[in-house]
Design a binder for this molecule. Sequence first.
Ligand SMILES: [Zn+2]
Length: 481
Amino acid sequence: MAPYCDAQAQFIKSVRSSMDDNAKQFLQHQDWRNIQPKTARYGTASKRQLDASSFYVKSVACFVPHVVIPGHVPICPRCESSSKVDTHGTNVRWIKVPKTLFGLSSHRYLDTKFYWCGTCRKRFAGYDKWSMQLSAKVWLGYFPFNLSDRFAVDDELCSFIISCANDPTSTIHKKHEQMVTDKHYQDYQCYLYLVRIKRIRSRGTSTGHSDGQLRIDRIYEPGMAESASMRKLRLSRERLVCVRRKLQTEQTKLDSGLPFQRILDEKNNRNNLGARLPYLGVSKLRKLIDMGITTGNELLESDDPHIKWRLKQTLSNYFESVRASIADLKETEEECTTQMLLNEFAVENDPVAAEPAARERQQQPAAAELPPTFSKLDDSDGYNGKVLSWSQINAVLRTQFAHRKPMQDSKLRGLKATMLKIDFQYKLAKKTRVWKRQGESYRPFTCIVTVLNEHGLCVYWRALKSSESMKEIEDDLKKLD
Ligand SMILES: [Zn+2]
């Protein structure tokens, strides 16, 4: 599956079709390295309504060598010649999923075409590294991306990382993360502005079936009554998937030929006590690997006199059991497939089963209603069931206070005071003590003194050991002056 949303897929498709139609005209006002989506999202003068999904659409770098440099025919990386390379025709097609091209603040998609070499009768991608290297003179200074097997990095990000080369990787990562955070915060402000000036198209009532978030009340809907034959079909399908998965696992076991290193790793991991093949101990496995025998298959084929027959017997028993279970599973798979086909046939001929589909069709044209009003705070179905509990709200308040404490302190210290008003309050009752351990307790304070300035703002406060003692705060009061 492509790693992007539908809106992005549509944009990539539209770029591809305009490149195919008339690339020359299309690239006249566009840089192939950064083809941007048309929605004028930052233009605030326009009154055009925007769809929320358009914010997720990233630009595309569309690398089609024979178009980007007219007349250039890419060189085949296998036979190293361009004489029989097709740039048009049925064998030339777009790649399946564009590469993710990482940049400094966001990413793009690097798209290209597969070319066809008539000599080798094989395809190669437009950004094939060896092919570009063969025509290096053409691309020098023109192709500013760095490629890996699965991703690409653009020039900005590359130069950022290279210029930070003397920093530790963690610092580079941190810096970059901060930059990206800033960028997203700015984007977010811009989006909020667009929402405020009502340029975002509202989505209409969420039915819970659209691309948006699923609502919890979907579960409470009067579910489509499942007829007996439908249920049978569903169960048989699930069973078939399950059997196929098991079969695949067994098949890979057989194909891998039992690599010893993996068993060794398993046995070394203490979470896997009682791993398979108890006869093959760790020391035995190590010895075998040292001897150059790395898999079970190799051991069975080897005729080394040091290898005991019992070991070979164990392994051949193991492979036998895997083969037997594969044969069993194959039989079960066949049975399940037949069963499923029969069930499918039954559902098609079942008049009751066809009914829910018709009912569903009837229900669909019921959009364009007002959005639902806000639910009560204690309504567990509202807000998608995401209601903050009382204790959670309290926790938020408490951590908020913890974050604000230093700021409040510095505010307090910044206040000026010429007149001082002193008050002793929050006196603690005599019997209130903090318990440390048996027989040991103490009074944390006896009262709290607050000093207000002429505007009634608190400029100083402190918990005191003795009640209403001016002596204890004398030094502080001098400093306040
Ligand atoms: Zn070739």
